[in-house]
Design a binder for this molecule. Structure first.
Ligand SMILES: Nc1ncnc2c1ncn2[C@@H]1O[C@H](COP(=O)(O)OP(=O)(O)OP(=O)(O)O)[C@@H](O)[C@H]1O
Length: 202
């Protein structure tokens, strides 16, 4: 079992964040705009200086090179980055034939130009790219922000099933209480400088 452990983590104005994300479970993070949700994810991905200790399955973030950590702990930012002209350049060779139908793309998408992708298409492909890396932990920053209601629920169902099946420890930043209710095993909200657990229908 690979669990993600945060011990007394501080980043920006946020401090004393201690929690466990068990394998295959989703911890939802919410909080006002600018409260530090993305920075916390970036700290967990070793993309932002921070205090405290973060470990995955007993391996400390500080004990391995950053690229090695990020191959196990994969972040999907709200605005995904693309380096090659074609979508397929970002995926393993057989990714087109394994593309899940829930994503709503034809297999030819691998030949599409990145510049033609809508923001919702980018977001869905960024999630598939992240899962193609076989992560042990996933850091999702508002993964359905650019999708309509029906696409959101289809994607959510697929993503949650993948997280459970692959036993990925997951942080999922979300604002929609309905989504949090559907996907979260636990919910924490940033209140000022602290990350507080949210219980039940709070
Ligand atoms: N590298 C940095 N150095 C200093 N301040 C930063 C840095 N990156 C972000 N900030 C600031 O930290 C605060 C938290 O930013 P963050 O992006 O984590 O917010 P957020 O909770 O994800 O907001 P939103 O919901 O709007 O995406 C913001 O005020 C932002 O301007």
């Amino acid at each position: 079992m690979t669990e993600l452990l945060l011990e007394n983590v501080s980043v920006g104005t946020l401090s004393e964040v201690s929690l466990v994300v068990p394998a295959g479970q989703v911890i939802c993070l919410s909080g006002p705009s600018g409260s530090g949700k993305s920075r916390l994810l970036r700290a967990v991905a070793d993309l932002e200086p921070h205090g405290g200790r973060i470990s995955l399955g007993g391996t400390g973030q500080q004990d391995v090179p950053a690229h090695q950590w990020r191959s196990r702990v994969v972040m999907v930012p709200a605005d995904s980055q693309w380096w090659f002209d074609e979508v397929g350049g970002h995926f393993p060779d057989d990714a087109g034939s394994r593309l899940p139908s829930a994503l709503g793309f034809p297999s030819e998408v691998m030949g599409w130009s990145v510049s033609r992708l809508s923001s919702g298409e980018r977001q869905r492909l960024a999630l598939w790219r992240a899962l193609s890396l076989q992560p042990e932990a996933l850091l999702l920053d508002e993964p359905t922000a650019n999708l309509d209601g029906s696409s959101t629920e289809t994607l959510e169902t697929w993503l949650l099933a993948e997280i459970r099946r692959r036993r990925i420890a997951t942080f999922w930043v979300a604002h929609d209480p309905g989504q949090i209710h559907r996907v979260a095993d636990a919910h924490y909200r940033i209140q000022g400088t602290r990350l507080e657990p949210v219980h039940g229908g709070d």
